[in-house]
Design a protein around this ligand. Structure first.
Ligand SMILES: [Zn+2]
Length: 75
């Protein structure tokens, strides 16, 4: 089962399969990711389990979400 090569959204280099295995939703190669200081930003979202209007703050936990940074053009 051959898969289409995935190319870096920034420099056009093919993203190695090993990298895509670790980061399936990556769009840039290792070099560009490093240039950008990381492709993703991780935001922490507190889970609110209390009802709206309740004074009691009841946080059940946190979920983290990866936010893709805008990909800057290569110089
Ligand atoms: Zn690249």
């Amino acid at each position: 089962m051959a898969t289409e090569p995935v190319r870096c959204a920034r420099c056009g280099e093919e993203i190695p399969a090993e990298r895509r295995e670790v980061l399936p939703d990556t769009r840039v190669c290792v070099g560009c990711s490093r240039d950008m200081g990381g492709e993703f930003r991780v935001v922490v979202i507190p889970e609110r389990t209390s009802k709206d209007g309740s004074l009691k703050k009841n946080y059940g936990g946190y979920t983290t979400r990866k936010v893709r940074k805008p990909i800057p053009p290569k110089e």
